[in-house]
Write a protein that binds this ligand. Structure first.
Ligand SMILES: Cc1ncc(COP(=O)(O)O)c(C=O)c1O
Length: 441
């Protein structure tokens, strides 16, 4: 199947992360915590639809909503639908902050791009500040400092095909570093349209921002008239039935949501202060306009229904779901560290470490190059001098696949479909991987 794919697609597919070497498997079916491939091999999956499937693969709750809807003949119409109003109300009620408006789109990349355009339109400025290691999709305004470049850190453009002068307009600062943030605002604050950050940094290493850092970000953004954007595409509804912003008590001007709010379908959104969001209006009273007018599949009713079913379920079951996921994942992190220690190898699992939440369902397994790596920044996770990135990203993946477990970046996230037995099986798979590694390290 993969050979056939390479004849018609670059590298044999449409998403680089899904195309691991030597070749990826192709799912035949997926249910709950597991995926079955075309050869009939079954994998416990911790990728879970790029972290979108908090209820596991193909959950009953969402299928029950979509199946009768699709059976009634309800493909795309290109008209407005009332379900989007319900989803909009649901998200804004969950954020519990007055004066917000929301607009839907179909990917996190688009939401990030539109949010930056809104910030630029609103402020009349054209510089953006972001975090080294922060990933916001392939938005041209943010394709700098997402990937670590040995010797240069998180400070290079991540893509060709962009005007060279764009590099000067994207400023990168260090995750959770308050001193550097103050210095950066002093230097660039009056030029900045936006400061965008993930309160829980995803690809950067599954690390939480400190509440003090977020408070400082809010204060500096206010002092310098900069639009503060929280990218909650991973963290939204993942740790509680709202954004992390609610738990931290720090409010951005604009928020990005995606993944979970689509219940497995293509939904993302920008939500924020009405004054900034009003830039979407073509003949707005604001005197400026951003072309965030919508795309062919924006707020597709099928997607809206899936998202609403997901968020309704999370709000009504949140009290059980989040603490349980937190406990199971804590056991998994500890079990993995112990399994490697038993083989004489040190690993450090990131993903936890924030007391404001009931527990985190993320885990990333890191291989420190030295004893004293604190795992407090994306540099700790992505600098090959600090972590063995090859072991985490490539070797561990294959060592686990042959033991029936699928991970990305050395780990992933739990869903409500994962059980205590799944955790035991997974720890055992990591133990087997550790014993393979020990023979070679
Ligand atoms: C924090 C964050 N922002 C933005 C994006 C981009 O979203 P999408 O892949 O839907 O374009 C991602 C994707 O993983 C993400 O993790």
């Amino acid at each position: 199947m993969f050979e056939r794919a390479t004849k018609v697609m670059i590298r044999g597919g449409s998403h680089t992360l899904r195309l691991w070497k030597p070749y990826p498997f192709f799912p035949a079916s997926a249910q709950g915590a597991t995926v079955t491939d075309l050869d009939g091999s079954v994998y416990l999956d911790y990728w879970q639809g790029h972290y979108a499937n908090l209820l596991g693969h193909n959950p009953e709750v969402i299928r029950q909503e979509l199946e009768p809807y699709l059976a009634a003949g309800s493909l795309h119409t290109g008209f407005e639908n009332s379900v989007q109003i319900e989803l909009a109300e649901k998200i804004l009620t969950a954020l519990a902050q007055p004066g917000l408006k929301i607009r839907f789109t179909t990917s996190g990349t688009l939401a990030a791009t539109y949010a930056i355009m809104l910030a630029m339109g609103y402020t009349g400025r054209y510089y953006v500040l972001k975090i080294g290691g922060g990933w916001h999709g392939s938005s041209p305004y943010l394709l700098k400092g997402a990937k670590f470049h040995p010797g240069r850190g998180f400070n290079q453009m991540d893509s060709a095909g962009l005007p060279p002068e764009l590099a000067r307009h994207i400023i990168v600062t260090r995750f959770n570093d308050q001193e550097q943030l103050e210095k950066t605002f002093k230097r660039y604050g009056s030029k900045l349209a936006a400061f965008i950050l993930e309160p829980f940094i995803g690809v950067g290493g599954f690390l939480f921002c400190s509440p003090e850092y977020l408070k400082l970000a809010r204060k500096l953004a206010d002092d310098y008239g900069v639009v503060l954007i929280f990218d909650e595409i991973i963290s939204g509804f993942r740790f509680c039935p709202s954004g992390l912003q609610k738990l931290y008590g720090v409010r951005p001007d604009l928020s990005l949501f995606g993944k979970l709010i689509g219940g497995g379908q293509a939904v993302a959104a920008v939500a924020g202060r009405a004054k900034i969001m009003s830039g979407c209006e073509t003949a707005g009273s604001s005197g400026w306009h951003v072309n965030f007018e919508g795309g062919t599949f924006s707020a597709h009713e099928e997607y809206m229904r899936a998202g609403l079913a997901m968020l309704n379920y999370l709000t009504s079951h949140g009290k059980e779901i989040y603490p349980r996921l937190g406990q199971l994942t804590a056991r998994l992190r500890q079990g993995i560290e112990q399994a490697f220690a038993a083989e004489g190898l040190k690993v450090v699992c990131t993903g936890s470490g924030q007391t404001a939440i009931d527990g985190s369902s993320f885990f990333m397994v890191n291989f420190p190059q030295k004893d004293k790596i604190s795992y407090s920044s994306p540099e700790d996770v992505w600098d090959p001098a600090r972590s063995d990135v090859f072991l985490r990203e490539e070797a561990l993946k294959l060592a686990l696949l042959i033991n029936g477990v699928h991970v990305v970046h050395g780990g992933g996230c739990l869903s409500t479909a994962h059980t205590e037995q799944d955790i035991d099986r997974t720890i055992e798979a990591y133990r087997q991987a550790a014993s393979i590694f020990r023979r070679f390290l």
